[in-house]
Design a protein around this ligand. Structure first.
Ligand code: ADP
Length: 267
C-alpha cells in the first residue's frame, strides 16, 4: 500500500465519548451520502471519532495523513513496475470508492493543490472519481463516504481551505472536551484514576488559556493522555508533566519558565 491504512472492523468500536450530537450528525450525513469536514485542534479526538463511527457503521476505513508532498496520484493510484511489467495500483481513495468504504483525509489542507481538484467531483451530487491515467470513471457507491479534517488554528493563510472546497462538506467543529468529559476519557485511556487525572486536566485548561499569547497551540488531549500514562506507569508527576505537557509546547526558555509556574500553581 502506498499511503493510508485500512482498518476492517467487525470487532467492537474503539472507545469514543461523544461531546454532543456529533455521532447522530455523522450518521445522518452517512445516510444521505454527504461528505463531512471535521474542524479542530490537533489531538482533540477527531481521528478517534472517525474510527469509532466507521466501526459502528460497519465500514472499512482508509486513513490518509496528508502532508505537503501528498499529490492526487498518491490518493488515486499510479502505474508501478512489478516483475518487469507496469501495473496499475489503486491508491487509498480509489480503493475506498471501489469498496464503499470511508476515506479519511487527515489535515487535508497540508496536501498539494491538485488533491482538491480530485475531491470536487466526489463531493457534489455527481459522486464520481475520474482516473485520467486509466480512462476509468468510478461512480461512488452509497457506502462510500469522504471525511476530511483540518486545524483552523494554524494561522497560515496559505493553508486554509478555499470556500469552493469547504462549502462542499457538512462541517463539525471539535474542541478539547469539557473537563467532565476529558477526565473520564484520559482515565480510561491511561488507566490512571479519575482523581489523579483531574489536576492534569485542570492544568491542561490553564495551558490552553495561553493559546495565542505565548503558545501557538494549547495542550492536546493526546498529551494529557501521555502524561497520565507515564504517571500510571510509575513516573513522578513532575517529570511526566514536564515531558508530556510542557516540553512539547515550546522551545523558548522564558515561556517554559512561565508554564512551569502554572504547574506549581495547580499542584
Ligand atoms: P486528532 O485526530 O483530533 O488529532 P485523536 O483522535 O488522535 O486526535 O485524539 C487523540 C487522543 O485523545 C485519542 O487517542 C484518545 O486517546 C483521546 N481522545 C480525545 N477525545 C476523545 C473522546 N471524546 N473519546 C475518547 N478518546 C478521546
Amino acid at each position: 500500500m502506498m499511503h493510508g491504512s485500512i482498518n476492517v472492523t467487525g470487532a467492537e468500536a474503539p472507545f469514543y465519548l461523544p461531546q454532543g450530537d456529533e455521532c447522530g450528525l455523522f450518521q445522518a450525513a452517512s445516510d444521505k451520502c454527504l461528505p463531512v469536514l471535521l474542524k479542530g485542534p490537533t489531538g482533540c479526538g477527531k481521528t478517534r471519532f472517525v474510527a469509532h463511527m466507521a466501526a459502528r457503521l460497519g465500514r472499512p476505513l482508509y486513513t490518509v495523513a496528508c502532508h505537503d508532498d501528498l499529490s492526487a496520484a498518491d490518493l488515486i493510484g499510479r502505474y508501478l513496475l512489478k516483475g518487469g511489467e507496469t501495473q496499475w495500483v489503486d491508491g487509498p481513495l480509489t480503493r475506498a470508492v471501489r469498496e464503499g468504504a470511508i476515506c479519511y483525509l487527515d489535515e487535508v489542507v497540508e496536501a498539494r493543490k491538485d488533491v482538491t481538484v480530485v475531491l470536487h467531483p466526489l463531493t457534489d451530487d455527481r459522486r464520481i472519481l475520474p482516473i485520467d491515467r486509466t480512462g476509468e470513471e468510478l461512480s461512488a457507491p452509497p457506502d462510500f463516504m469522504l471525511v476530511a479534517s483540518y486545524n483552523p488554528g494554524y494561522q497560515n493563510i496559505l493553508k486554509t481551505l478555499k470556500p469552493s472546497t469547504r462549502q462542499r462538506f457538512i462541517s463539525l467543529e471539535f474542541r478539547f472536551p469539557r473537563a467532565e468529559h476529558e477526565v473520564p476519557v484520559v482515565a480510561r485511556e491511561s488507566g490512571l484514576s479519575e482523581e489523579r487525572v483531574a489536576p492534569l486536566v485542570r492544568l491542561a485548561n490553564k495551558l490552553r488559556a495561553l493559546k495565542g499569547q505565548d503558545l501557538e497551540e494549547g495542550v492536546s488531549t493526546r498529551l494529557v493522555v501521555y502524561a497520565a500514562t507515564l504517571i500510571a506507569g510509575g513516573m513522578s508527576t513532575d517529570r511526566a508533566i514536564l515531558a508530556a505537557m510542557i516540553e512539547p509546547l515550546t522551545d523558548d526558555p522564558d515561556t517554559k519558565g512561565g508554564l512551569l509556574d502554572l504547574v506549581t500553581a495547580v499542584f
